[in-house]
Design a protein around this ligand. Sequence first.
Ligand code: AMP
Ligand code: ZN
Length: 114
Amino acid sequence: MTDCLFCRIAAREVPADVVAESAEAVAFRDINAQAPTHVLVVPKQHYPDAAALARADPALLGAVFRLAADVAQSEGVVDDGYRLVANTGDAAGQTVHHLHVHVLGGRAMGWPPG
Ligand code: AMP
Ligand code: ZN
């Protein structure tokens, strides 16, 4: 048993609106959607952020991005374009310390982010 929320969602111990799954990763809708499509993609194994995962297991990071690409396709946002975000650390607003890639689409997004 872990107290990491996204480990527990990946293990299906905590309910979530799961939209896709692969051997390595799970994708579910963000409970506080910031865009018409707002899905989080997490590895099933716990890593605190993208840097830690990139150093420890780059193939697993690739699997997370692969599932994010599949989600973008199934959500129908590929033609218009979409954004992948991995908030890392406090200044970026990371609140859950289990790597997650936000897949955001379905509306125009400004740059730079606020
Ligand atoms: P971040 O600020 O990058 O750490 O993003 C964490 C995201 O997780 C936020 O957008 C939250 O809305 C989302 N979130 C928190 N709890 C849940 C949950 N139980 N199910 C789905 N999304 C969640
Ligand atoms: Zn975790």
